[in-house]
Design a protein. Structure first.
Length: 339
């Protein structure tokens, strides 16, 4: 498709230890179109961050190894580029906002120095223009009194302000794609909403695409155009936001949605998915979710499932529910007849 900005195709990333091989990504595929927000969703340990770091060429090698697949940025395979070519793209055309700004910002440099450095890596501009660009970026991300704040050090800012500085650094060269890795996890709900509104405003203003990595489905419900649900290094379900939330077709997605707090559950017991995400070095045979799945049958324990097509771009990696699609139950227990 002409409007696809980034296409990750059958990406496999392994981490080799002395005696084990951790299959962090085991054939991951997803697309990001120009101007849209794609959410990559799943529990911790599913491979979401590894996927993002691989796009930017930041996987340490060794122990990491890209075993197979492609990452096409406007048709160009990033995995075939040398480090110098990747540096010209990283931070310039594809930028990343990391999860914890206090570990990403340098405590001995002012935020102005750090924002300006991110620009100077890719562009040659005069000192006065560079300073004005830094001030404008702080204005764009909603930092009050930017003339004063640009002289501050990271420890002098609040958590929300530090995250806004990280966003300003990512936007310094007007990238076409911003990858946001759990950027609001450490923030309270009010600041979280402000950051999400900021992303939406900047997207509209700049026309950029956003890959948002999170485990928080409440956030996803507000910002996503399309959703990819990841489990144990594979995509288990994908589709438009409305399709995923209204009619999830994979047991893992159903479990995640059922775990969301709701007014109707007040005073009751919250749902949880039994078990934990498997160690990538010791994945079970067959469907990786089968040890935690109430629908699992013998085939699930031995055969890796293909993606089943429900139409309109809605795919799910569960042949058991696909076979029962004439009468299935959604996360609220309602039965649906076959369309």
């Amino acid at each position: 498709m002409k409007d696809i900005l980034l296409s990750v195709q059958d990406l496999k990333v392994y981490f080799r230890g002395d005696e084990t091989v951790a299959r962090a990504l085991d054939g991951v595929s997803y697309d990001i179109r120009k101007g849209e927000t794609v959410c990559l969703v799943g529990e911790s340990g599913c491979g979401k961050t590894v996927s993002a770091l691989t796009i930017l060429g930041l996987i340490p090698r060794p122990p990491g190894e890209i075993v197979g697949g492609k990452i096409l940025f406007l048709g160009r395979n990033l995995l075939e580029l040398g480090e110098e070519e990747m540096q010209s793209i990283r931070g310039s055309r594809i930028a990343m906002v990391f999860q914890e700004p206090m570990t990403s910002l340098n405590p001995v440099f002012t935020i102005g120095d750090q924002i300006q450095e991110a620009i100077l890596v890719h562009q040659s501009i005069g000192e006065s223009e560079l300073h004005e660009r830094g001030l404008q970026l702080l204005r764009d991300v909603g930092i009050p009194s930017p003339e004063e704040r640009i002289k501050d050090y990271p420890h002098q800012l609040s958590g929300g302000q530090r995250q806004r500085v990280m966003i300003a650094m990512a936007l310094g060269c007007n990238p076409e794609l911003v990858i946001a890795d759990e950027p609001t996890t450490a923030l309270d709900v009010t600041i979280q909403k402000q950051i999400l509104n900021l992303f939406a405003k900047l997207q509209k203003k700049r026309g950029m695409s956003l890959l948002y990595i999170t485990h928080d489905l409440n956030v996803v419900s507000n910002i996503a155009d399309r959703i990819y649900v990841m489990y144990a290094g594979v995509i288990v379900e994908q589709g438009d936001r409305e399709l995923i939330f209204k009619d999830p077709r994979h047991p893992y997605t159903q479990g995640l949605l059922a775990s969301l707090p709701h007014r109707s559950k007040r005073g009751g017991t919250l749902h949880s998915i039994p078990g934990t995400v498997p160690d990538p070095a010791y994945k079970p045979a067959g469907c990786p979710f089968h040890p935690r799945c109430k629908y699992a049958i013998e085939t699930c324990r031995s055969e890796f499932p293909d993606l089943c097509d429900y139409g309109n771009g809605h795919l799910s990696r569960c042949p058991v529910l696909y076979a029962r699609r004439d009468k299935h139950e959604d996360t609220k227990g309602r039965k649906h007849e076959k369309e």
